[in-house]
Design a protein around this ligand. Sequence first.
Ligand SMILES: [Zn+2]
Length: 311
Amino acid sequence: MRRLVRETSLDPANFVLPLFICPGEGVRRPITSMPPQCQLSVDTAVEECREILSLGIGGVILFGLPESKDEMASGAYDDDGIVQRAIRAIKREVPGLLVITDVCNCEYTSHGHCGLIVQGDVDGYVDNDATLQWLAKSAVSHARAGADIVAPSDMMDGRVGAIREALDGQGFIKVPILSYAAKFASVFYGPFREAAESTPQFGDRRSYQMDPANAREAMREMELDLAEGADMLMVKPAMPYLDVIRDARDRFDVPLAAYQVSGEYSMIMAAAANGWIDRERAMMESLTSIRRAGADFVITYFAKPAAALLG
Ligand SMILES: [Zn+2]
């Protein structure tokens, strides 16, 4: 009877697994703060993707760890960059799997910020408009490599419009934009920064990410992104922001994603490792809560074990 009257269901098709692509061959480098997640080279990522497809998981989202970083984030929009190579390999070897790419610069800049740093009166700051050009070039190079969806995560103003225009200009009219529209300046990103080696070398990202206290502002950010041409919206993190997911669900009719971020994952894994919590139940309850709040799909490090459990 419980099954008959259940309001919220989980399906592997609603999960997206983040993958961290690193240089080399045969690499599976454990991310110690997010066990058993690993940084993967292109070839091992392809192997991983075969398994992901066989589990019925909705897709992957790719993050890149380039060979080298510089002030201009040139690895982000290089057609032979790490993510571009991974997209081509995955689309060639595992053609049925949906590939989303994260579009940002922080993994590619030597200073770890999401954009071009210019010197101000007191301090350096991120130049919004110059950064838009890098983002547009990155999105186009991902689409050229075969990405199914591009997902800008930088939170610069005007980025969705700039990316849409660049994609359309290059003939990629069918590549949708999943906008990290409500991305909060959260402490829960901590373990990810080890995974993606993207900790800012100075300052923080509070000038371009959102204040955790502001839900109405999140709605405004989402409205702006839709007006610029976003096809799907994302709330990040997920569990501390279930009210924002619900507000967005009630207000907007486009597909809505939520990112259950590294810290949300690692807290459950750490507590389970200590025997303080039941890992499987915590995993399923957390995913159910995010879906119940209104997310159509969940970007989650639990994608594989949850899909396996759902069978
Ligand atoms: Zn970034």
